[in-house]
Design a protein around this ligand. Structure first.
Ligand code: GRF
Length: 216
């Protein structure tokens, strides 16, 4: 079966990109990364792409006079590579509603919180401030409003008493890598339907009944 032609959009370090590269390298992967795009020249993730032999390009938003023309360049490049799915992996530009509509149900994003809680930046700081015992990460289809859209996979990550934003971010990142490749594999295997803006997964494996934090 043909593999799902995927693009990964990054702005920085690219550890989530690496998780997707590793998944796509596995024998039974149903997706292939055709292209990595960065809006930031010199982003560390670009080296990960070249090490994996994947085409990468920089489309620097600063070279465009407005969002529309930047996004036109993105779309043109994505279409040149016949991309069928766009993964936002730490891509730090907001996308306009017309871009999101054009690529409807073809863009997924990873966010480091259990959405709809803690949308936007600094989610770990805010989770710590709120005193919640769990946070986590979410992979979701992208809609025009920031950090919204049908949720594909989430992981709950416990917050420990001694956590600071950095230690928490490091723990959540481990879950992000797992969630993102899991979501990509579900989509690539055509196991997902979106009905009334909710994701239905074919034959999902159920997790435990509940998780306790702190444990007794
Ligand atoms: C991740 O925490 C992601 O959830 C957020 O930005 C970070 C990117 O990290 N949107 P990396 O570039 O994938 O290492």
């Amino acid at each position: 079966m043909a593999k799902l032609k995927t693009a990964v959009l990054i702005s920085g370090r690219g550890s989530n990109l690496q998780a997707l590269i590793d998944y796509c390298k596995s024998e039974d992967s149903a997706a292939e990364i055709k292209l990595v795009l960065s809006n930031t020249p010199g982003a560390a993730g670009l080296d990960r792409a070249s090490e994996a032999g994947i085409v990468s390009k920089v489309i620097n938003h600063k070279n465009f006079s407005n969002r529309k023309s930047f996004e036109r360049a993105l779309t043109e490049t994505l279409e040149n590579y016949s991309v069928e799915l766009i993964c936002l992996a730490g891509f730090m530009r907001l996308l306009t509603s017309s871009f999101v509509k054009y690529w409807h149900n073809k863009i997924i994003n990873i966010h480091p919180s259990l959405l709809p809680a803690f949308k936007g930046l600094n989610s770990h700081e805010r989770a710590l401030k709120a005193g919640v015992k769990f946070t986590g990460c979410t992979v979701h289809y992208v809609r025009a409003e920031m950090d919204t859209g049908p949720i594909i996979v989430q992981a709950a990550v416990p917050i420990l008493q001694e956590d600071d934003p950095e230690s928490l971010a490091n723990r959540v990142l481990i879950a992000e890598h797992r969630c993102f490749s899991h979501a990509l594999s579900l989509i690539a295997q055509d196991k997902i339907k979106i009905i009334n803006e909710k994701v239905l997964i074919q034959g999902p494996k159920a997790p435990g009944v509940y998780f306790l934090n702190p444990i007794e």
